[in-house]
Design a protein around this ligand. Structure first.
Ligand SMILES: O=P(O)(O)OC[C@H]1O[C@H](OP(=O)(O)OP(=O)(O)O)[C@H](O)[C@@H]1O
Ligand SMILES: [Mg+2]
Length: 181
């Protein structure tokens, strides 16, 4: 499986340095707030579990499963809720944890929903921001790193449901896409 990778963009050490930096910032900004930290499945699973272990303070965790990519590298444009939150967001400080902001559609959809549900505040923490992919106007309050306009996989991110279990983030060899089409 790792032989399908053309280049590694972020190693395990790089990712750890990012989660440690973001964790320190969030610990400071959310002190005393008991935020509801919302992991957006499936892509953000690895990032969320590493990030929250860098924050020594009270918080609640919840999970929402939304999807818009299916097996493709291009967003379908339609965001679907597959699993909603268990907790109520009303009057809570919500921290959305995402793996990547690409077109921005997923996060626009989620922030709009949480505001309609009367969250007290909604902020976004994204491991990666891909500004060149943006179709709708969304910005993440906390960003791990900015990535070039390439399809990235690993550390939770998939191509056709594969590669989520790679411990690093990289770019696939072109022949992997060719084999699928
Ligand atoms: O900014 P966008 O263009 O909306 O793209 C970002 C979203 O797309 C991916 O999820 P996907 O819908 O593929 O589901 P998954 O997390 O289960 O892989 C990724 O995990 C983000 O949630
Ligand atoms: Mg995906």
């Amino acid at each position: 499986m790792s032989s399908d990778i053309l280049k590694v963009l972020y190693s395990q050490d790089d990712i750890h340095a990012i989660t440690a930096r973001l964790g320190a910032e969030l610990k400071h900004d959310y002190a005393g707030k008991n935020p509801l930290v919302v992991c957006i499945l499936k892509g953000a699973i690895m990032f969320m579990t590493d990030l929250v272990r860098e924050i020594d303070d009270y918080m609640e965790l919840d999970f929402m499963d939304v999807s818009s990519y299916g097996d493709a590298t291009e967003s379908s444009g339609e965001v679907k809720i597959i699993k909603d939150l268990d907790a109520s967001v009303k009057d809570r400080d919500i921290l959305i944890v995402e793996d990547i902001v690409d077109t921005g559609r997923t996060l626009k959809y989620l922030t709009d929903i949480f505001k309609t549900r009367h969250a007290k505040s909604v902020r976004i923490c994204a491991l990666m921001d891909k500004p060149e992919g943006r179709v709708v106007d969304v910005h993440a309050d906390y960003v791990g790193t900015t990535v070039p306009n390439e399809f990235v996989v690993g550390y939770g991110l998939d191509y056709a449901e594969r590669y989520r279990n790679l411990p690093y983030i990289g770019v696939l060899k072109p022949e992997i896409y060719a084999a699928k089409s």
